[in-house]
Design a protein around this ligand. Structure first.
Ligand SMILES: C[S@@+](CC[C@H](N)C(=O)[O-])C[C@H]1O[C@@H](n2cnc3c(N)ncnc32)[C@H](O)[C@@H]1O
Length: 322
């Protein structure tokens, strides 16, 4: 086992101990994605309120040739790396085009969730038998430090779906620093950013009337019950997202509806909750186009192009490593 990977992944139990002992309490959002969470996230992507997937799909469907033009123009074999690949629904638009024009490339999907990676690999083997796929089960930062794909070939790294938005600004900058470390001059990065827009549109995407986002958030507690022998009563926690248009942060919480104590047997420890005490579970930060341009500059990348949907809800930006 690679020690760097071990260090970066931490363990679920350790992270729960740190998060539930902190003030205010928090849990890392990466633990949403177990087999149940992967399925729930796929259901979220299909919701009418969750515009993010639909809008990015529109961008990739309508503009894939422009997005990939500079990568195809050099005519050299290249690496296509994807951070947080998930089910690859949108990536398949790019993959199909690359196969159609007989581009010489290898695809390295990276995801922390082994179950989602296996599903992706199986579906690609069936749908695109000629594709060379090398899945990597690791975190964003762990894989960028490891760079198991690295060779003399140019590399295009995909970071789609607003995954970068799942970090507060300071940490997003650290992930971008890792992107710089994990690339060489001339390499390109295609990043998805959810754009600032009407606050109600944003809030609805994280608070659907059918309750799928609620179930997704509560799955963190369910996962602790299943894997760490915790005794959370899910009915006593409220899913509570909020959006702050000042800093563009949409934050989800789980609020304890009563004073209670929860025991986690893997830690042999109880955690006390005051009535209405929140656990912070997820951030989804929204950006303006000037903010994105500034991020690129500060992280050592040149903005090459930007692609938006018809309503300017979402942007995929193409950066080149300086
Ligand atoms: C919000 S989904 C997006 C999936 C896909 N990129 C899309 O746009 O539809 C995030 C994916 O990234 C993975 N993920 C989340 N945090 C991660 C991390 N720190 N390192 C690696 N993968 C992570 C999850 O397992 C999940 O499959």
């Amino acid at each position: 086992m690679n020690p760097q990977k071990n260090l970066d992944l931490g363990t679920f139990a350790q992270d729960v101990l740190i998060g539930l002992s902190s003030k205010p309490k928090s849990l890392p959002s990466k633990y949403f994605y177990d087999a149940k969470g992967d399925k729930l996230f796929q259901a979220i992507m299909a919701m009418p309120e969750y515009y993010l997937t639909r809008k990015e799909f529109e961008i990739l469907e309508n503009q894939f040739d422009k997005i990939l033009a500079s990568q195809l123009a050099h005519g050299k074999p290249f690496n296509l790396v994807e951070l947080g690949a998930g089910d690859g629904l949108k990536t398949k638009i790019l993959l199909r085009h690359l196969l159609q024009v007989q581009a010489d490339f290898e695809y390295y999907p990276i995801d922390f969730s082994g179950s989602v990676l296996k599903e992706l690999k199986d579906s690609l083997t069936e749908e695109m038998p000629g594709l060379q796929v090398f899945p990597i089960e690791d975190t964003y930062r762990g894989s960028l430090l490891q760079r198991s794909w690295a060779n003399e070939r140019p590399t295009l790294i995909l970071f789609l779906g607003g995954n970068i938005g799942n970090f507060p600004l300071k940490e997003a900058k650290d992930v971008l620093d890792h992107l710089r470390l994990g690339t060489k001059p001339g390499d390109q990065v295609l990043l998805g950013f959810d754009l600032k827009k009407h606050p109600q549109v944003i809030l609805d995407a994280y608070h659907d009337p059918s309750g799928i986002t609620r179930e997704f958030n509560l799955n963190l507690l369910g996962r602790m019950n299943r894997e760490l022998g915790a005794n959370f009563d899910l009915d006593t926690f409220l899913h509570w997202p909020s959006y702050n248009p000042v800093n563009g942060e949409c934050r989800s919480h789980l609020v304890s509806l009563k004073k209670q104590e929860v025991f986690v047997s893997a830690l042999d420890q109880s955690f006390k909750f005051r009535a209405y005490e929140p656990i912070f579970t997820e951030i989804s930060k929204k950006y303006s186009l000037p903010e994105i341009a500034k991020l690129a500059k500060n992280a050592g990348f040149k903005s090459v192009d930007k692609f938006t949907d018809s309503e300017n809800y979402f942007a995929d930006v193409l950066w080149e490593r300086l």
